[in-house]
Design a binder for this molecule. Structure first.
Ligand code: ADP
Ligand code: MG
Length: 596
């Protein structure tokens, strides 16, 4: 974080800043002030309300104008009288040590002659609403033919209020070679076209926002084991039959994988990531817009341009690396006055990130339980019942009705309802009847495994070698014949990993592991100085990806003297079979009947 002292501001302004009690520049100030001080340039700066934009343009303008001249050099256009007055007051405070400074506010609903009189005294800076400004220019009360800086503040708002014509008219009285600084919270087409029309090669600045959290979005999280991510995702989809969602994954690989699994399981899903061709991406987006796809699995980068309305749910399959990204994700839903839900599937080691995100979005998450199998069966049944109730009868079936009625002749209405709903219920019931509880208790878990006498090992293989933590744990157990709970705190990083065992097993582990090969690479093992973070997997460890890989094409070969005869273990990472989805059928929202 930089200091105001580093931005290039003169002492008199630093003094004013310190009088105001501002301690550090906000992001938009940090990014904008140095550029505007150093260059004569047009700029487009996108930042939410309340991020300190007034100071971002105010200080550079104050420092650049000549206060000893009475010529009007700066014009600030802003949408409302309130903002006009606010900006004027603020600028006066910023420039309180500048002698001879005269800043005048121009707005409707007040005496035009009073305002004209103030201008006449010589205002270096005018802060105006477009309507009154145009008026006064028309009456020859204001001369802006020599302005050097023009600010369009809250440009999106001004255009919303229909000031396009007035702005065009006003600017036609200003010199061509001035600098134009546009500030806006959003960049709709209209603002982009203003930028194009009135600006010359503007520098663009976008600021990660402070309070983008839409009021209409509620935030939920589901605490599960990392390996249950995918099952959790399916349950969330099954709980929301009408879901229309973007599912965010961290990597292109996971994005592709999750989308493929969903499709395989009968959901209408699609993947959107950078490894697809433009054509493929266009197709996916088209299907999403037309609701052929109900679950769009995407990377953050690829999803950047998505402007689809009515998204009901944003699902964070994994949290983003940069927690700030969360606001962009959740902002995909809850638009245009609609409500939306942002759901996070979170593993224990990431649990603390939820708190950090709450600070950023200034809202609290609701911790929710992953619905049980039976709850989902119930939800699906009621959804079906309501759907049946609301269905318009298709008279194309009339011709078949006599025969159908014959088949059903012996059943009462009650029996028919039972049978009809059983079709759907049984399908879900069979799938979910043995489904386990996916929820994890936040209060216990890996903590209990932690023992004072544990030893932490470092090995030079990791995810690059296709090892997720479960694979590594299996491998270690395979080599050492240690029990399930004897190997713990397994954290796989990209190119190395850690795990713990009790001290008493250390010789066994070192002997068993050193010298083996993973994918043709010799594995080094050392006892690590770090005993491992208490109560959890390492920061990044273990929780990627969730589903463990089949390990079919991996070879772990024991090599070296010690191992001879002891083990020629060809590790076939016993793949956890994904339990298959219930037979897909129509009318179950996220699922669709599979073609072919
Ligand atoms: P915006 O134009 O983005 O809506 P403002 O410029 O009106 O934001 O600033 C919002 C509030 O934050 C104002 O009260 C302002 O005095 C205050 N402010 C601006 N910059 C800082 C800063 N660096 N530190 C503390 N407060 C600031
Ligand atoms: Mg403002």
């Amino acid at each position: 974080m930089s200091k105001f002292q580093d931005l290039g501001l003169e002492e008199q302004f630093l003094q004013a800043i310190s009088d105001l009690g501002f301690e550090t520049p906000s992001e938009v100030q940090e990014k904008t002030i140095p550029i505007l001080l150093e260059q004569e340039t047009d700029i487009v700066s996108l930042a939410q309300t309340g991020t300190g934009k007034t100071a971002a343009f105010g200080f550079p303008m104050l420092q650049k104008i000549q206060a000893d001249s009475r010529t009007t050099q700066g014009l600030i256009l802003s949408p409302t009288r309130e903002l006009c007055l606010q900006i004027t007051e603020e600028l006066k405070l910023y420039g309180k040590y500048v002698s001879g400074l005269n800043i005048v506010a121009i707005y409707g609903g007040a005496s035009i002659t009073d305002q004209a009189r103030k201008i006449k005294k010589g205002a270096q800076i005018i802060v105006a609403t477009p309507g009154r400004m145009k008026d006064m220019i028309g009456r020859g009360m204001i001369d802006i033919s020599k302005i050097e800086y023009c600010v369009l503040d809250e440009a999106d708002e001004m255009l919303n209020m229909g000031f396009y014509e007035d702005i065009t008219e006003i600017l036609s009285h200003s010199p061509k070679d001035k600098s134009t600084w546009l500030f806006s919270a959003t960049m709709p087409k209209e603002v982009a076209s203003i930028a194009k029309k009135f600006m010359h090669e503007p520098i663009e600045i976008t600021v990660g926002t402070k309070n983008v959290g839409s009021k209409n979005v509620s935030h939920e999280y589901y605490l599960v084991n990392a390996r249950d991510r995918y099952q959790t995702l399916k349950r969330l989809a099954d709980t929301n039959p009408e879901i229309f969602s973007v599912v965010f994954c961290r990597t292109k690989r996971d994005t592709q994988k999750v989308a493929e699994l969903l499709i395989e399981d009968g959901y209408s899903a699609g993947a959107l990531h950078g490894d697809l061709s433009q054509n493929q991406r266009d197709l996916v987006m088209k299907s999403f817009r037309t609701r052929q796809i109900q679950m769009l699995v995407a990377t953050d980068v690829a999803a950047r341009g998505i402007d689809v309305e009515d998204i009901t749910h944003v699902i964070n399959y994994q949290l983003p690396d940069e927690i700030e990204t969360y606001t962009h994700r959740s902002g995909r839903t809850g638009r245009a006055g609609k409500t939306g839900v942002s759901m996070v599937i979170v593993s224990k080691s990431e649990h603390r990130k939820i708190k950090a995100i709450e600070k950023i979005i200034q809202k609290e998450f609701v911790k929710k339980d992953v619905p049980s199998g039976m709850e989902i069966c119930g939800i699906q049944l009621f959804h079906l019942a309501n759907k049946v109730k609301d269905t318009d009868v298709n008279h194309e079936i009339d011709a078949y009705l006599p025969q159908i009625n014959k088949i059903m002749a012996d059943f009462s209405k009650e029996d028919l309802i039972k049978k009809f709903f059983s079709v759907e219920f049984t399908r879900f019931y069979n799938y979910y009847k043995r489904a386990k509880d996916l929820n994890v208790d936040a209060s216990h878990g890996s903590d209990k495994e932690y023992s004072k006498n544990s030893v932490r090992y470092f090995v030079n293989v990791g995810r690059k070698d296709d090892l997720e933590w479960m694979d590594l744990k299996d491998l270690i157990r395979e080599l050492t014949k240690l029990g399930k709970d004897d190997v713990f705190h397994v954290d796989t990083m990209d190119s190395f990993s850690f795990f713990n065992t009790d001290e008493k097993h250390s010789q066994l582990v070192l002997d068993a592991v050193s010298g083996i090969e993973v994918n043709g690479r010799k594995v080094d093992i050392e006892i690590s100085k770090d005993r491992g973070r208490k109560g959890g997997r390492g920061k990044k460890g273990g929780d990627r990806g969730g589903r463990r890989k089949g390990g079919k094409d991996r070879k772990f070969e024991k090599r070296g003297r010690k191992s001879e005869g002891k083990s020629d273990s060809k590790f076939q990472g016993r793949s956890r079979r994904r339990s298959s989805a219930p037979p897909a059928s129509k009318g179950t929202g996220g699922r669709r009947r599979r073609r072919g």
